[in-house]
Design a protein around this ligand. Structure first.
Ligand code: ADP
Ligand code: ZN
Ligand code: ZN
Length: 741
């Protein structure tokens, strides 16, 4: 039977902009289009690239037509399902999630031509030692780039140019450099210790099973977690399948990549902000085609088009850096579990200090694998507290006498010491000694932080920067400004006075040079190029510092008093991680922790090494309060140019919520009543702790829901019935918020 000629094939195409819906386009008769294909389509006045989400037939239509099919592999069903899932969970437009997934595939400049030199003719008329060395270097028959050849032959490039002119050598075009070498699962397998072996076997079995599973790999720092999860990667490679290793961005150092190469014979593909657009585009394509087998990447690597993903490792799974807060706000650790479920992959969460969420999940839903001791029998560091109430530093100084002595001894033994202070800049507050004026950001409810290296006062929330004045802006007194409290720059001054000869390095995320420079500095520390390290939270992130034997914590209590429900957990993790940097590989490390509250449970658990007690108590508190993982949270941040319109809209949202009809999938607790366990409770609106950021006034609403309630459904219904946002008011939805400011 003939098809009626007025049927048209239509593709629903998701485009990478902030819309949830796919747009419909006509498929021209001469185009071969399938679901998942990347296509060029007109959008408004321009062309964009989108992905085909569905194909259907319809009666005659006057839709615009797809312009072309891109020459790229299609998005496979599991990636499309993942994009849909993340969008639904985070309440983000699907187009924005698609954008995270595909933008790297495009807008890369074409590959530059690489030139290689090969032997092409008789030796030169006049032979010199340098020319001889060049010819010898080419004897292996492989082409070399000019600079590599000059290096090999230890000569200048002009020697090579002359040989080309004489016809001895010829230049040929080389294929682009591979983005990753061939990884060999059996290149250099380690001999594992008993506990390591048990854990590795469990992971290998999980990968072999080819089913979705989650394992929490918990092991003290230095216990060999990396060696163990490498076995899961090896199993994926043996099966010809793919592996993803997620890490906090800054942990992706040359040190890690070299270690991977030592195990597998080649480096993995890298994915983080310092990778060039061209390399990203090639990695994207290589993964989609299945040519690239292993990626080590920051959180965004989760959205790459893996052809056949066998395992996802989330290293340092407790890290807050896995949460993305702008654009699509998602938690990469949680989404890794989702991706694993969709792709039927074995997910491995690794940490020395797991999140409470993963710890609780490991009591039933996940497999729990433990590595209780450090590799090679080296012991965990001895942790002592220094009670600042009794052993304070001299006035205007921050290092107490006992810590001074400890650092001195360490330096004398030619070992490394690390001073940890989680505060960037010179001083967190500047005030006038005469009139008491405090320097505040004009755009935010926040004090300006002095950065002495930059001679500036800086806002850490909006980036506002101003010159540090010579006189008080309020009372005009000259030389009256005082820096209050320490930052790493100020600590560096004190260190320079105490140990003028020590080679000191400050690690802080705000220093020029960005991530790339930081990576180099971390490698320098590992190689022993410095004696004393002053660092912010960055240093806690899973680096190996083999020469480090003393860690001094300047102010252990910093994070404890914030209103964040995870404050205790975060403090415990960061202190445990940072003190755990001390003393690996045979040296016994030591940690000296300065605190005003030596009796605080967090400090107590740290000192006696009793993580279990901390986890038990903290878990119990979360259970009682219905906080994650026992309940779920979502925050709405309502911001506006003026305070009143933001607050009015926040109140309108609450009213909309209480006016919603009953729903079988969720129930909202009575306004003002005590929340019941099976009900969603809505807290706020409350002015945000940082009430103004970038000139926008902020209010927060917090929804807490039982695990089985449809929290997203509730939020969607509330947002849909609320009045439209007026006067520049914006609502940001943050499902599973990690940041409560
Ligand atoms: P973690 O990731 O738990 O902090 P690592 O995997 O980094 O621990 O191991 C700490 C150090 O011990 C590394 O240098 C690692 O190479 C070494 N190591 C661990 N297990 C073994 C092993 N079975 N054989 C050889 N070296 C090991
Ligand atoms: Zn003043
Ligand atoms: Zn500001």
């Amino acid at each position: 039977m003939l098809r009626s000629s007025n049927r048209t094939r239509v593709a629903d195409v998701l485009v990478p902009v902030a819309v949830d819906q796919a747009y419909s386009y006509r498929i021209p008769a001469d185009l071969e289009i399938a679901v998942g294909d990347l296509v060029e389509v007109p959008l408004g006045t321009r062309e964009t690239v989108g992905a085909v989400w569905e194909i259907r037939e319809t009666g005659g239509s006057n839709l615009k037509a797809i312009a072309a099919r891109c020459d790229l592999p299609p998005l496979n069903p599991s990636l499309r399902a993942f994009i849909d899932w993340v969008a639904r969970w985070t309440l983000s437009p699907r187009g924005m999630v698609l954008r995270m997934s595909v933008k790297a595939a495009f807008n890369a400049a074409p590959e530059p031509v690489r030139i290689g030199l090969v032997r092409a003719g008789p030796p030169p008329a006049r032979m010199t030692p340098a020319r001889q060395r060049v010819l010898a270097a080419l004897e292996d028959g492989f082409p070399h780039s000019k600079s590599a050849l000059a290096d090999l032959a230890a000569c200048s490039t002009s020697v090579i140019d002359t040989l080309v002119d004489e016809g001895t050598l010829a230049a040929i075009a080389l294929p682009p450099e591979p983005i990753a070498g061939i990884c060999d699962p059996d290149f250099a397998a380690p001999r594992l210790e008993a506990a390591q072996k048990d854990a590795a076997e469990a992971l290998v079995a999980a990968v072999k099973a080819g089913e979705f599973s989650v394992s929490l790999l918990e092991g003290v720092t230095g216990s060999g977690k990396t060696e163990v999860y490498f076995e899961a990667v090896a199993e994926a490679l043996r099966a010809g399948r793919q592996a993803l290793i997620l890490m906090p961005e800054i942990a992706l150092t040359a040190q890690f990549l070299d270690r991977f190469a030592a195990r597998f014979g080649a480096r993995p593909a890298e994915w983080h902000s310092a990778v060039s657009p061209r390399k990203r585009a090639r990695t994207w394509e290589g993964l989609a085609k299945g040519d690239v087998k292993v990626v080590a990447g920051a959180r965004s690597a989760l959205f790459l088009p893996f052809a056949d993903l066998a395992t996802i490792i989330v290293d340092e799974e407790h890290e807050a850096a896995y949460k993305q807060d702008d654009g699509v706000s998602y938690h990469a650790r949680d989404m890794a579990v989702v991706r694993g479920q969709i792709d039927k992959a074995a997910v491995v969460l690794a940490s020395a200090t797991p999140s409470i969420e993963s710890r609780v999940n490991a009591e039933g839903r996940y497999r729990h694998l433990r590595l209780p001791v450090r590799f090679g029998g080296s012991s965990l560091p001895m942790i002592e507290t220094i009670d600042l109430r009794r052993e304070a530093a001299p006035r205007g100084k921050w290092i107490s006498p006992r810590l001074v002595a400890g650092v001195g001894e360490t330096l004398e033994k030619d070992e490394q010491a690390l001073l940890f202070l989680n505060r960037r800049g010179y001083a967190p507050l500047t005030l006038c000694r005469v009139c008491g004026h405090r320097f505040q950001c004009p755009n935010c409810t926040a004090w300006l932080v002095e950065h002495r290296f930059r001679r500036a006062l800086v806002c850490h929330h909006c980036g506002h920067i101003e010159r540090r004045p010579d006189a008080c802006l309020e009372c005009e007194s000259v030389d009256s400004l005082a820096a209050c409290g320490p930052g790493v720059e100020r600590l560096a001054e004190e260190v320079a006075e105490l140990w003028p000869d020590a080679r000191t390095l400050i690690l802080s995320s705000d220093f020029p040079g960005g991530t790339e420079r930081l990576r180099q500095e971390l490698d320098a520390i590992a190689n022993g190029a410095c004696d004393l390290i002053i660092g912010t939270q960055l240093v806690a992130k899973g680096h190996n510092f083999p020469l480090l034997s003393l860690v001094g914590v300047i102010d252990a209590d910093v994070g404890l008093s914030s209103g964040d429900p995870r404050a205790a957990e975060r403090t415990f993790q960061v202190l445990q991680q940072v003190t755990g940097r001390a003393g690996r590989f045979g040296r016994t490390g030591r940690a000296l922790v300065q605190t005003w509250e030596p009796d605080h449970p967090v400090i107590g658990a740290l000192v006696c090494g009793n993580a279990e007690r901390f986890y038990t108590e903290e878990t119990e508190q979360r259970r009682r309060a219905g906080l994650p993982p026992f309940g779920r949270l979502a925050a709405l941040i309502i911001s506006g140019k003026d305070r009143a319109s933001a607050e009015t809209h926040a109140r309108a949202l609450v009213r909309a919520a209480y006016a919603l009809p009953p729903n079988p999938k969720w129930r909202l607790g009575a306004l003002g009543g005590l929340p019941r366990e099976d009900e969603i409770s809505l807290l706020g609106p409350a002015e945000a702790p940082i009430a103004v950021i970038r000139g926008r006034h902020r209010f927060r609403l917090l929804a807490r829901a039982p695990r089985n309630a449809d929290l997203q459904g509730f939020l969607r219904a509330m947002l849909a019935t609320a009045p439209p946002e007026r006067g520049g008011v914006r609502v940001m939805v943050d499902v599973d918020p990690q940041n409560f400011m």
